[in-house]
Write a protein that binds this ligand. Structure first.
Ligand SMILES: *Cc1c(COP(=O)(O)O)cnc(C)c1O
Length: 449
């Protein structure tokens, strides 16, 4: 079972070659539990099964019951569109069992990951001292950053620290922020958004009106809300954070990729002042799952919080200034070198191709907004700031949107799910695939007449 197996390798590589060559990738379908359970019955047994049969089971039954988020017709939630180079290199990472937990074990991988983090930090304008690690997703990144915000705040307040510390957030922040605060025993000071945006003046007003403002040790701003692609007033938030010594976290899990896009870069002014910043390359930076970049302005603060102490780990911590243990910068220990697929892809395609792909998604969002505005039965709810477009089909209520969404998927025309906007059920497109065209958008809109 551990010996090289050429036959198995060929079979798997052939499948991968076939999947990589699909153009276009089909959307595929939601699964039916009974049929899936029936197909899986008995496949795990003491003797093992013929690999050809198991692969066939996967290819014919399991894979089609996984929606292809890399289809250019997948416009729900946040899609994905990993580059071929990144997917292929992800296989290298797997086949080489490349881990990236510690400098001692994986300096080669960590160096390339850090080079990639540096490139992302430069896009954000964060200083040379900044650094961090790749984690599994924006949720893990937000959690890890907010733990540092909490402990740094508690340390600053010293004996005066109240038992419950808080983080200021807007009511538009991603659900993972609220979840993270719950996990780490913090509470939210919810700042009312102004036109869906967390602004400096609104943050200052909320703190000024609060009975216990010293318990607020940080603020979590969003660089591109998931529901609507709205970027908070990062410069205004940074001013308040600086004046009040708050930790400033910027959640750019979805939108941070747009730092590469000259047409919208100005909307992120102030992000360079963040104490911590998260961007998900597995979303709009065309990397495979699961990959989020977590960058701290002062990584030594994160190291103080996240380093795990155990006698068998003493060996990884030395006095060398070169040492960089990704395990010291987030809530994790063992990790795969998940940043390497992005590193390889950036290296072989160059950053211009990323800029162009991101601009192309922004362009399709603007074209979709125009197409929606031109139709009498549709209302554009907001000019897109990034690549999310919200719109209404006049006269429709939630059941109409749900039935339409299901039929659209059954017909393999698109995967578009409704969302809520001001309490109303509305339609939502999220673009990032460079092969999503305005023709596909028109085809989908035509089904709403
Ligand atoms: C997607 C998203 C998250 C969560 O990221 P995961 O990678 O799904 O864990 C957090 N914040 C924002 C703004 C997001 O769009």
């Amino acid at each position: 079972m551990f010996a090289p197996d050429d036959h198995l390798a060929s079979m798997i590589f052939d499948y991968c070659r076939w999947r990589l060559a699909l153009d276009p990738v089909s959307l595929d379908f939601p699964g039916e539990k009974e049929a899936l359970d029936r197909a899986l019955d008995g496949v795990l047994n003491p003797h093992g099964s013929d690999p050809a049969d198991v692969l066939k089971l996967f290819a014919d039954t399991l894979a089609p019951a996984v929606l292809s988020c890399d289809s250019p017709r997948f416009l729900a939630f946040i899609p994905a569109a990993p580059t071929k180079a990144s997917l292929l290199f992800d296989m290298v990472v797997s086949c080489s069992s490349l881990q990236g937990s510690t400098w001692l074990e994986s300096a080669g991988a960590v160096s390339a990951e850090n080079q990639t983090l540096r490139l992302l930090a430069d896009q954000a304008g964060m200083p040379a001292s900044s650094g961090g690690c790749f984690v599994s997703g924006g949720s893990a990144g937000n959690l890890s950053a907010l733990v540092v915000a909490r402990d740094v705040g508690r340390h600053r307040l010293g004996a005066a620290a109240p038992s419950k510390l808080r983080i200021a957030v807007s009511d538009q922040a991603h659900s993972s922020i609220g979840k993270a605060l719950h996990v780490i025993g913090m509470e939210a000071l919810v700042v009312p958004a102004e036109d869906y945006r967390l602004t400096g003046p609104a943050l200052e007003a909320a703190l000024a009106a609060d009975r216990d403002p010293t318990s607020v040790v940080g603020v979590a701003a969003t660089g591109g809300t998931t529901n609507a692609g709205i970027i908070d007033d990062l410069a205004g938030v940074a001013d308040v954070a600086q004046a009040r010594q708050l930790w400033m976290h910027v959640d750019g899990a979805y939108g941070g990729a747009a730092l590469f896009a000259p047409s919208v870069r100005h909307r992120f002014a102030g992000v360079e002042r963040a104490d911590s910043f998260v961007v998900d390359p597995h979303k709009w930076l065309y990397a495979p799952f699961d990959c989020a970049a977590l960058i701290y302005r002062n990584p030594h603060l994160a190291r103080g919080v996240h380093t795990q102490d155990a006698s068998y780990l003493d060996f990884i911590h030395t006095d060398s200034p070169d040492e960089w243990n990704p395990s010291d910068y987030a809530y994790h220990l063992t990790r795969r070198a998940r940043g390497l697929a992005l590193w390889f892809s950036l290296a072989v395609t160059g950053t211009d191709a990323y800029r162009d792909a991101i601009e192309s998604a922004l362009r399709v969002a603007r074209q979709a907004a125009e197409a929606i505005s031109a139709k009498p039965h549709l209302d554009l709810l907001r000019q897109p700031e990034l690549s999310v477009v919200l719109f209404r089909r006049r006269g429709w209520t939630e059941p109409h949107y749900n039935a339409w969404s299901q039929k659209l998927l059954a017909d393999q025309i698109g995967f578009v799910t409704p969302t809520k906007w001001n309490g109303e059920t509305v339609a939502r497109f999220a673009f990032l695939h460079p092969e999503t065209t305005v023709e596909i958008v028109e085809e989908i809109l035509a089904t709403m007449e």
